[in-house]
Design a protein around this ligand. Structure first.
Ligand code: ADP
Ligand code: MG
Length: 366
């Protein structure tokens, strides 16, 4: 498949959200620079981007807390750009949870139902729905606790229940796992996916973590300086990043500067090698994913592409091990071993090895 087919846009017919050329400025800062994106019903979309790339601004424009300088927001087929936030019916889970501090868990969840401008329900109905939602997010038994008497993970669930109880078709989550410790974060990943599936709603989940974005999204949108660089299935984004910056944000590619020859080869620190997969870009860069790099005893008769390097250190990530090598030019090159492939090999610190990969696994920009 050609890499340029990357920007998948599903048909507008089943779209829940359609953003059309959204521009948002704060004085001189361009936070959103023409964002166009279509999100389907019943899907989990991750929005990945570094800090300051415009993720929160985009969610705030979708929810209606900010008005874009240009572009339109369409929700469930209607233009809602001029509709106030509470009339849009879009759910928002804030980064810091934003719970009512002096209320119980149950009150936090019923409050928005009883006090809605439109479609408010009786206290009895609100309580029944809130209890059912608290059960769904795993908080049964904690209804009468104060929200200052529960853990961070439980606060996260209250924030989620409070949003979901209003039955929105679209829920915006701003770095929802950012405040949780690593254990809880892993558990909540699964739970968020399960809850979303059960309710059949669409989640737009903002994160700065590439592993979270790839693990959670049915599709992943990559944002950089207010622009969507790529929008596709996680496997596609991982295998075929559409720009050098997408490859950088994925944190799984060794990237080498060099030059692209008119005849198609790439000249890098490993000499001139074949470049079967070239993606047009402003920058000439050769990318090889960590898990595509194999390690051999140092071998002078190395077929290209290969690099001689010294083993420095390794890092266990649970499901894989990353090995760090240093080339003679002082560049760190990483090789990843997935545990599913068997016992991880061990290398001697300070010893020399040859790093090798298949040319067709490289992605070349230029
Ligand atoms: P992210 O959530 O990806 O970290 P933001 O959407 O918060 O990014 O910010 C995008 C850019 O807009 C940043 O440069 C940020 O400093 C700027 N920005 C965000 N909110 C405001 C604001 N209220 N006033 C001025 N600048 C802002
Ligand atoms: Mg943010």
């Amino acid at each position: 498949m050609s890499v340029s087919q990357e920007t998948e846009t599903r048909s507008g017919a089943d779209s829940v959200l359609r953003l059309d050329g959204i521009v948002k400025r704060y004085d001189d800062v361009v936070a959103l620079d023409g964002v166009t994106l279509t999100v389907s019903g019943n899907e989990y979309v991750s929005l990945l981007g570094p800090s300051g790339s415009g993720k929160t601004s985009l969610l705030r424009v979708i929810a209606g807390f900010e008005r874009p300088e240009a572009g339109r927001v369409h929700f469930r087929g209607a233009d809602v750009t001029d509709v106030s936030p509470h009339q849009r019916g879009i759910g928002f889970v804030f980064q810091n949870f934003a719970l009512f501090p002096h209320m119980s868990v149950l009150k936090n969840v019923t409050y928005g139902l009883v006090n809605a401008d439109e479609g408010a329900v009786s206290a009895e109905v609100a309580e029944r729905r809130a209890r059912a939602m608290l059960e769904m997010v795993g908080l049964s038994g904690l209804e009468s606790r104060g929200v200052d008497q529960i853990s961070g993970g439980q606060k996260q669930r209250v924030a989620l229940a409070r949003t979901l109880v209003k039955e929105p078709q679209l829920v915006l989550l701003d770095e929802p796992l950012g405040a949780l410790d690593a254990n809880l974060r892993a558990r909540m990943r699964n739970e968020l996916r399960t809850i979303r599936k059960e309710l059949g709603v669409t989640f737009l989940h903002v994160t700065g973590s590439e592993s979270e974005a790839l693990a959670m999204g049915d599709r992943v949108a990559v944002l950089d300086r207010g622009r969507v660089l790529q929008f596709g299935a996680p496997g596609t984004v991982y295998d075929a990043p559409s720009t050098p910056n997408v490859a950088r944000f994925l944190n799984r590619y060794n990237l080498f500067a060099g030059s692209l020859h008119p005849d198609g080869g790439f000249e890098g620190p490993f000499g001139k090698v074949a470049a079967p997969r070239v993606q047009p870009a402003d920058e000439a860069l050769y990318g090889i994913r960590y898990d595509r790099v194999t390690v051999e005893p140092e071998n002078t008769a190395a077929d290209a592409p290969a690099l001689h390097a010294t083993f420095r250190a390794s890092e266990y990530l649970g499901s894989s091990v990353i090995y760090f090598f240093e080339t003679d030019a002082g560049k760190i090159v990483e090789s990843e071993h997935h545990m599913s492939l068997g016992t991880p090999p061990e290398y001697r610190a300070g010893a020399r090895y040859t790093l090798r990969w298949k040319p067709e696994h490289a992605i070349v920009f230029g």
